[in-house]
Write a protein that binds this ligand. Structure first.
Ligand SMILES: *Cc1c(COP(=O)(O)O)cnc(C)c1O
Length: 385
């Protein structure tokens, strides 16, 4: 089979009756015709699904497609990106061990690493992922290196080939969150990273109608997840969500191209606007260390507004096409002001990492680019009232 992403997402082997869309196997369990068939499945001698907390044929179609897109031998789908992240991390760490993680990782991943892992006596050290020597200095003795390139909110990139090799040299498993670039623009396994995790709620689904996650990698590492934490943590993807994801994937290459073009055009216009202090977009400004492995950019960027809290409020309230909200990766354009994120109670990585409250994150959706720019421009005009 071809490894071209457009063919992977569009092509399937025949489904029953010649259907071009897979059936939704909306069943919790699967039955067997004989004791021998049941025993073969229980012993792992046959790959027949037994129970949908483990395998489900509709979910397996999604897993196979994502594995092919990432160039992975295997993939495991989960009920959320966080379930995928917990499985990837917990299957490779034991009590008393240590993990190194880049700063500015996804906020709930940071909360998992700083509030749940310490209960198992697992220490997590956060490092500046830009600074490869600093990461390498932190690595000796660590069992896991957790990367996210580009990172959340400020989009810092990391040198994946160098850090993947450094982790391997220290006997640590490297994991990268690839939700931002998607396999269309970055294939970390080809650059020596061990495991890729995704929030499939973002680009893989692409329509803002699914919460899901997936882990991809070598068979041995996926088997470690299967044997160790999955299905015992139970965060398995449901068949209908698997079906929606297969549908979403059909247009992933097309959508990513469009997000790339529109967001880059808007980022450049923001950069030239007098009310904008700076723009965070990996392909603009000083190239970060991880730009070499990015074949394109997504629709996600952020910018710092020249103004106080009142100006940020005025900007957000003036937006018409951009909606205010968390998440991203769907058809719709979104704005998320860091200032509102800072209002969240409890330990807050945005504050810990010193993210400026004047930063506003944008997800540039699939609407007309000029319409989107007009919306931003009229909202920026309101900030100087
Ligand atoms: C949203 C997100 C996650 C978490 O995924 P969920 O599907 O919401 O659990 C992880 N990483 C990144 C970069 C994200 O944006």
């Amino acid at each position: 089979m071809t490894s071209d992403p457009s063919t992977i997402v569009a092509h399937d082997e025949d489904f029953p009756g010649g259907a071009v869309v897979p059936p939704i196997f909306q069943t919790s369990l699967f039955t067997f015709g004989s004791y021998q068939e049941l025993e073969d499945a229980m012993a792992g001698r046959s790959r027949r699904p037994i129970y949908s907390r483990g395998d489900n044929p509709t979910v397996q179609i999604f897993e196979a497609k994502v594995a092919a897109l990432e160039g992975a031998a295997a993939a495991r789908a989960f009920a959320s990106g966080m379930a995928a992240i917990s499985a990837a991390v917990l299957s490779n760490l034991r009590a008393g061990e240590r993990m190194v993680c880049v700063r500015h990782c996804y906020p709930d991943a940071w909360r998992l690493f700083t509030s749940i892992l310490p209960r198992f006596d697992i220490q997590v050290d956060f490092v500046d992922g830009h600074d490869a020597p600093a990461v390498e200095r932190a690595l000796p003795g660590a069992r896991v290196l957790y990367l996210e390139s580009p990172t959340s909110v400020v989009f810092e990139t990391q040198d994946l080939p160098r850090l993947g090799a450094a982790a391997r040299a220290e006997g640590a498993v490297s994991i990268v969150d690839n939700s931002w670039a998607s396999p269309i623009f970055q294939r970390p396994l080809e650059h020596g990273v061990d495991l890729v995790v995704h929030s499939a709620s973002k680009y893989l689904g692409g329509h803002s109608d699914v919460v899901a996650g997936v882990v991809c990698g070598r068979r041995e590492l996926i088997e470690r997840i299967d044997a160790g934490v999955f299905p015992l943590l139970g965060g398995k993807l449901a068949p209908f969500e698997g079906w929606l994801l297969v549908r979403g994937l059909r247009t992933l290459p097309l959508r990513m191209r469009r997000h790339h073009e529109s967001a880059l055009a808007i980022a450049k216009r923001l950069l030239g606007h007098p009310r904008v202090v700076r723009v965070c977009h990996p392909l603009l400004g000083d190239p970060g260390p991880g730009v070499a492995t990015l074949a394109g950019a997504s629709g996600l960027l952020s910018f710092e507004l020249d103004g106080d809290q009142a100006a940020i409020r005025a900007f957000c309230d003036a937006l018409r096409l951009f909606k205010l909200g968390v998440s991203w990766g769907g058809h719709e354009s979104l704005a998320f002001p860091v200032a509102a994120g800072l209002a969240q109670q409890g330990a807050n990585p945005l504050a810990v990492f010193g993210v400026s409250p004047a930063i506003i994150r944008l997800h540039v959706g699939l609407e007309d680019r000029d319409d989107l720019w007009s919306d931003l421009a009229q909202a920026l005009d309101r900030t100087s009232d």
